[in-house]
Design a protein. Structure first.
Length: 697
């Protein structure tokens, strides 16, 4: 049996670092698969249940980096992510010091080179920059050599060491020195890393905001000596399932639960994205981290700790941010070959310039090629956009399971909506008159069902004050109906060949039940918006054609699949995935019921309404946490916007290297300018990804 684990990693400087850690983790006994995301700094592994955290931490350490696991012994109860954030803050603080010191020293060295400072003074000033500020480059290079891998740090270490070493040679044997080149390159690269780290910290703002929503304490009702109840405030970590908790106006609800006493209006916008408060009464579910706006109520805790909706959202967003999108494969493939190719190109550049130019030109151009070629921007192009996109989605009540779903959603050409509970409110009612005798029999058969049609029949019977009868030999016939014996007579309730819902006995139709349903607000806006973007919109339902057409007309849907049994929905989705010309078509399915799970799984992207069942949500790539059907359009717009930013990032990253490596090789790029350009390319990719926060979806 394998389990999935995710944990933060500290110390990575480029995508090559992530690939090295991936390889080390993948070779660890018991690890089935490993993936490391450079942008989110998260490793995700599938391991046997006998693999210890220490084994994984050792593998990461052997690669030259640090894995952070939740320390159950730490007194403050900090999570691994919180511990990582503290380590990162300390790293950024140290990096800032190195940037300031190396910046000042490199500036003095540069000025000193122009005003002819003695070479030994330049050497003394350059040593701290080369071996203190640039220490991490050497450590990472050494780690890579031990593991037979090269990274961006390898290129920087070789390039700056070449400049420093040649300068030492010149001091002894005479010739030009390049201490200004080595020190300025290190200073600029450290500055770039500092700015990149600052910018990257904002790509994870969504997770931080979600974690910050949680209440810190809960007012729990506890019995004293088994008699009177007393209200006490306790840390949220001490709340257990079954606790009775009081929530007053303006307070955050600490955990998930069910209201026992009182009523209120609750602001659930921070979880679902819905702006209007939701009225709640006895029996209603409440979500932890939402805000009680008006009344006081008591509720029973049903989910605490990692089981709460907020914790599940944080977990899913974190996993999505750490996942890899299909479009990233190209960048990963190029990056894996990039450093070795650059090393060969730099040697070739040196040889050509040494033969046809001069040793000095050969050396300078070698350094320029090594520095300009660092593939940081390629490693950041996709994951930073995914992190921002999934975080923005969570803030809008759109929960995206993984990067592949986010990418694929933007490429769909057809979308299928289930009717009941998705396009309609799912609050069905009888529209025809049925005799009390047969209404009572039908309600008796349906009394334990949660299906919307069953509820409509039972509610009608209750309104007529009809009591249900005992049912013997009850049997549910999947996709067909139900049967059972009442007063020693066998009855069947289900869809007839004509598509209507009928009560029969002995093959004779006793009564027919016609049901109606109201369409949700915003449905036409969604269907028209999708069609305007060139997406074919379909509706699927088990209803007969006349009922289906009535709803489809209201929803402005021209493509209808009616009288489809639940177990055939997945087949219909699969049929749509092959276009009329035989080409593959990306298809999305939107549903909310148990019987929608196969269709959600069969689609290229399944979109589950958050008000639906856990089975449906588990089968979906996207979950809408609110009841607003317009969130489907939000999810689609977000996907296309994110995909657009990814393409811009990749174009910039690839274009930067493709254009500037030849420029450096032919001697038209100063190594110091190369260092600045390299740092700027990484920062620009991160900043471009952060633009998603301001895009209207």
């Amino acid at each position: 049996m394998t389990i999935k684990k995710s944990f933060p990693i500290v110390g990575m400087h480029c995508a090559s670092c992530a690939k090295l850690i991936e390889r080390k983790l993948g070779k660890t006994p018991g690890v089935a698969s490993a993936m490391v995301n450079y942008a989110s700094e998260i490793a995700t592994v599938e391991v046997g249940d006998d693999v210890r955290d220490q084994d994984l931490a050792q593998a990461v350490y052997d690669a030259g980096y640090k894995a952070v696991f939740t320390d159950t012994n730490n007194s403050e109860g900090k999570s691994a992510e919180e511990q990582k954030d503290e380590i990162k803050k300390e790293e950024i603080k140290k990096l800032k010091t190195k940037v300031i010191v190396s910046g000042i020293l490199s500036a003095v060295v540069m000025v000193g080179s122009f005003v002819m400072f003695p070479n030994w003074i330049l050497l003394v000033l350059a040593i701290p920059v080369q071996f203190w500020a640039g220490k991490e480059f050497y450590l990472a290079t050494w780690s890579g050599l031990k593991n037979r891998a090269a990274s961006m740090d390898t290129l920087i270490a070789i390039g700056t060491t070449a400049a420093f070493g040649y300068s030492l040679y010149s001091i002894v044997f005479g010739g030009p020195t390049y201490f200004d080149t080595s020190t300025v390159i290190i200073a600029l690269i450290l500055l770039g890393r500092f700015l990149e780290a600052r910018a990257k910290s904002h790509t994870n703002d969504a997770i931080k905001k979600l974690l910050g929503l949680q209440a810190k304490t809960a007012r729990v009702l506890r019995q004293v000596n088994g008699k009177s109840w007393k209200e006490i405030d306790i840390p949220i970590e001490e709340v257990v399932v079954g606790d009775r908790i009081r929530v007053r106006p303006g307070e955050k609800i600490p955990v998930d639960g069910i209201i026992l006493e009182g009523e209120s209006a609750i602001d659930e916008s921070m979880v679902t994205g819905e702006s209007l408060p939701v009225d709640k009464t006895v029996g209603a579910n409440v979500i932890g981290a939402t805000i009680n706006k008006s009344g006081t109520f008591i509720f029973k805790a049903s989910k605490v700790g990692r089981d709460t909706m907020l914790s599940q959202i944080v977990k899913m967003v974190s996993e999505a941010q750490g996942s890899r999108a299909p479009i990233q494969r190209l960048a990963d493939t190029v990056s894996s070959y990039f450093v070795p190719i650059v090393l060969m190109l730099s040697v070739a550049t040196f040889v050509v310039w040494f033969i046809f130019g001069s040793p000095v030109s050969a050396f300078v151009n070698l350094v320029a090629v090594l520095i300009i070629a660092c593939p940081c921007a390629m490693g950041l192009a996709t994951p930073t956009a995914i992190m921002v996109g999934t975080g923005k989605g969570a803030a809008k009540g759109v929960l995206i399971k993984d990067a592949a779903s986010l990418e694929t959603l933007g490429r769909i050409k057809a979308i299928v909506f289930d009717k009941t509970g998705t396009l309609t409110k799912g609050e069905m009612f009888l529209t025809n008159k049925v005799g009390d005798k047969y209404l009572q029999i039908a309600a008796s058969l349906e009394q334990n069902s949660e299906h919307p049609i069953a509820k409509a029949i039972v509610d009608k019977a209750k309104s007529e004050e009809l009591k249900t009868k005992r049912v013997e030999h009850f049997k549910a016939l999947e996709g067909i109906g139900i049967e059972g014996e009442i007063d020693d007579k066998k009855y069947f309730l289900g869809r007839s060949k004509a598509g209507s819902i009928s009560l029969t006995s002995g093959g004779k139709i006793l009564a027919t039940f016609e049901v109606g349903d109201e369409i949700k607000d915003g449905v036409r806006e969604v269907t028209e918006g999708l069609e305007a973007k060139g997406i074919g919109v379909w509706m699927i339902t088990g209803d007969k054609k006349s009922v289906a057409k009535d709803i489809a007309d209201k929803a402005n849907i021209k493509n209808i699949m009616s009288e489809v049994m639940p177990h055939h929905k997945a087949d219909k989705v699969k049929d749509l995935k092959v276009g009329s010309d035989g080409r593959a078509v990306n298809v999305a399915f939107v549903g909310d019921g148990v019987n929608d799970a196969p269709a959600l799984a069969a689609a290229d992207v399944g979109i589950a309404m958050g008000t639906g069942t856990d089975v449906a949500i588990e089968s979906a790539g996207v979950t809408l946490l609110n009841k607003d059907i317009r969130s489907v359009l939000t999810a689609f717009n977000l996907s296309r916007a994110t995909l657009g930013v990814i393409k811009q990032n990749l174009f910039w990253a690839f274009g930067y290297n493709v254009i500037l490596i030849p420029v450096a090789a032919i001697g038209l790029l100063n190594p110091m300018i190369a260092a600045g350009a390299m740092a700027l390319s990484s920062i620009s990719v991160v900043v471009n990804s952060l633009r998603l926060n301001g895009i209207k979806v």
